[in-house]
Ligand binder design. Structure first.
Ligand SMILES: [Zn+2]
Ligand SMILES: [Zn+2]
Length: 688
């Protein structure tokens, strides 16, 4: 218990190693004193009893020893890598600069691999960057040695899939897409999640860095237990401060995929029921993450590319196409063939040409040949639907929180002129949600860098987006300026100026959005938010909705807003008088809520998935009429695929990013004293 308390103080409360050591010493003194007192009392009352005068008791004085007593220290594999391309090196024969070549005919990377660091023992030459991953086999043993875990896992093998309504992935065709693998005793099926977070918290201004967490959940566990930290495999954290690029990510994911490849063949692992070991095989089924992360991981083209969709071959210019049945769906075989073409190309030029043609490049995960790169990729409900579609509806289409409408639409022009578009300030003042536009802004930023474009460039002078980006640069908010130039391909040059301007217009349009609600309606909405009686576990969105003061809404709050509060009050507002526009707005909102209820539902059927697609197409059609100036975003297109995804995976909310994001949030809170990018102490502690 004492070791447990010390580990908690050190790991959770951030108490330093030396202070935790002192706590352990004090606890030892307390226990020894108590034991001595007890022994003295026994001697007093039973003088004849043979009680030892000094009971033997000791605690480890070093928290590292205490943690090894608890067996909670994970087996971390630390390897040295190039800070730029992440190529792995062995300490024994590491050159001065990185010799990695992207293709046989490319120039070597040439990044400096060593640095001098001042330590207590004087200056030391140490590797610039380390990459840490957790050993999968030792974690699997830790996981399966938990008493009761195997019994929980057995439930997945004993599960009888329900014929129509799917309640979890166990009911889904996806679960059966690996043949009998998922239902064979002893086999384990995992999800694979990747996303980046800023370890210096999410501030736009100030220090910025990016860490990528790679996590896996065991999907054989009942849904509510999958996300528990003790059952989560934290595969690795990509080295800060920069995100890997579309090509360098392979070097980071390769070492994890090596383990996964070996575990697909199977290995003998010790478990609680089989202390001598039993054969375990592991597969990875869904890959989960936000759009950018998943595209990067799986080698798909970025959202700004012509080949912008990983599910179908529609081009970006066809984003408004609603004839879903006519679309050509991508197949896993095509994607793999395209990826192989890219990989086998010997020059960067050829790679670029193949990428332009196929919209795919090589990904480490393609080495897991049992996976289908198209089918086994999930579109995250949280990023795509809640933060993509719902937030866009509130902020851009309805203009909530953008410009408070004094008198409704009639004063729209006045409202706009009150905040001249040439001023960069409104972005901060009006709290235009930055994350909502993140994808577009990142794409624009990369493009502008590629064309050596500057905010003062004549083409950009009219665009607010460039002012915003310039601001971010000034504040150091976007810290990926020195990312590998390979990322050009992620936001490819093939995007024409017209596309670029359309994107800039998207941002401008968000900026110019006018609130469709007048002050009376807004007051009614706020009153509904404050007066509605809700269960205590439900989080109430800010009651001053639309004011800057409440800050950014969490994904969960957007969901509550659209599924609980707005359906209570908007019909009242829009049906108050006979107004055709209000009726149309209500119908548009109804379609959106119907879709939200289905896509965020904990059970789904083929019929409800079809109903989703029907309402979503209706929603997109009426949106075009009601909000003709609001451009379609890639998320609107991707969401068209949700119907098929639901039919394949079952309820998507059960594969959402929420639990992984919570882990990311906890990782973000770990106190590192800003030392996360340095490696000296690790260097001394045994490298692989
Ligand atoms: Zn390198
Ligand atoms: Zn598509």
């Amino acid at each position: 218990m004492a070791c447990g308390l010390a580990a908690w103080l050190h790991l959770r409360c951030g108490l330093s190693r030396s202070a935790t050591g002192k706590v352990l010493k004090v606890m030892e003194i307390m226990v020894v004193t108590a034991l001595n007192l007890g022994a003295a009392l026994v001697r007093l009352s039973h003088p004849a009893a043979n009680v030892s005068t000094s009971p033997r008791f000791s605690l480890p004085h070093d928290i590292r020893t205490a943690m090894s007593v608890l067996s909670i220290e994970p087996n971390i594999i630390r390897s040295i890598c190039c800070p730029k391309c992440y190529t792995k090196y062995a300490i024994a024969d590491m050159p001065q600069v990185c010799l990695y070549k992207e293709t046989n005919r490319s120039k070597p990377c040439n990044e400096k691999l060593w640095t001098t660091r001042i330590t207590k023992g004087g200056p030391r030459v140490v590797p610039c960057r380390l990459y840490s991953t957790q050993d999968f086999e030792s974690w699997l043993e830790f996981f399966l040695l938990h008493p009761g875990v195997e019994e929980l896992i057995d439930k997945s093998y004993a599960h009888c899939p329900s014929s129509d309504n799917m309640h979890s992935i166990w009911d889904s065709p996806a679960w059966r897409s690996l043949g009998s693998f998922t239902t064979t005793h002893g086999n384990l099926t995992f999800s694979f999640y990747i996303d980046w977070f800023n370890p210096f918290t999410n501030k736009i201004a100030g220090k910025s860095a990016s860490c990528g967490a790679i996590m896996m959940f065991c999907l054989n566990l009942p849904y509510e237990l999958q996300c528990l930290p003790q059952y989560t495999f934290f595969a690795g954290i990509t080295p800060p401060p920069h995100e890997p690029s579309v090509t360098t990510i392979t070097a980071l994911s390769d070492s994890i995929v090596d383990h996964l490849q070996a575990m697909w063949q199977g290995k003998k692992i010790r478990t609680h029921r089989h202390p001598d070991g039993a054969l375990k095989r592991v597969a990875v089924l869904p890959t989960i993450g936000d759009l950018l992360a998943i595209r990067k991981l799986l080698g798909f083209a970025g959202v700004a590319s012509h080949n912008f969709c990983s599910f179908c071959t529609l081009q970006r210019s066809e984003m408004d196409n609603l004839d879903y049945e006519s679309w050509t769906k991508r197949t896993g075989a095509d994607v793999l063939a395209g990826a192989m073409e890219w990989k086998s190309a010997t020059t960067k030029k050829d790679r670029k040409a193949f990428f332009k043609k196929n919209g795919v490049r090589w990904s480490s995960l393609h080495r897991l040949t049992y996976r289908d790169p198209v089918q086994h990729t999930v579109l995250g409900v949280m990023h795509n639907w809640i933060e993509g579609i719902l937030q866009h509806q509130a902020r851009v289409k309805w203009g909530i929180g953008i410009i408070p409408a004094a008198q409704g639409n009639e004063n729209a022009d006045e409202a706009i002129s009150a905040t001249p578009p040439s001023s960069p300030l409104p972005f901060n003042k009006l709290d235009l949600d930055v994350e909502m536009l993140d994808e577009e802004i990142t794409a624009l930023y990369e493009e502008s860098r590629q064309y050596q474009d500057r905010p003062e460039h004549v083409k950009r002078l009219h665009s607010q987006a460039s002012f915003f980006m310039a601001e971010q640069q000034l504040e150091g908010g976007h810290d990926d300026a020195d990312e590998s130039p390979n990322d050009d391909e992620f936001f490819p040059g093939e995007v024409s100026d017209t596309d670029t301007e359309a994107e800039a217009d998207d941002n401008l349009e968000a900026w110019k959005a006018v609130c469709i609600f007048d002050s009376t309606s807004l007051a009614m909405i706020r009153q509904c938010l404050s007066d509605t009686v809700i269960p205590s576990w439900l989080e109430r969105p800010p009651v001053n909705l639309g004011e800057k003061r409440h800050g950014k809404l969490k994904a969960d709050q957007w969901l509550q807003l659209f599924t609980v509060f707005l359906p209570l009050i908007l019909p009242e507002i829009w049906l108050a008088e006979s107004n055709p526009r209000h009726t149309a707005l209500l119908s548009n909102f109804h379609d959106l809520v119907a879709c939200t209820n289905i896509v965020c539902s904990y059970s789904v059927s083929s019929a409800s998935a079809d109903l989703y697609l029907y309402h979503f197409i209706q929603y997109r059609k009426s949106s075009k009429i009601l909000f003709p100036n609001v451009n379609t975003r890639p998320n609107h297109h991707y969401a068209m695929h949700n119907a098929d995804l639901m039919k394949f995976w079952g309820p998507l909310i059960k594969l959402s990013e929420f639990p992984y994001e919570r882990h990311n949030g906890n990782l973000q809170k770990i106190k590192t004293n800003s030392h996360m990018c340095k490696s000296p102490t690790l260097f001394e502690s045994g490298l692989h």
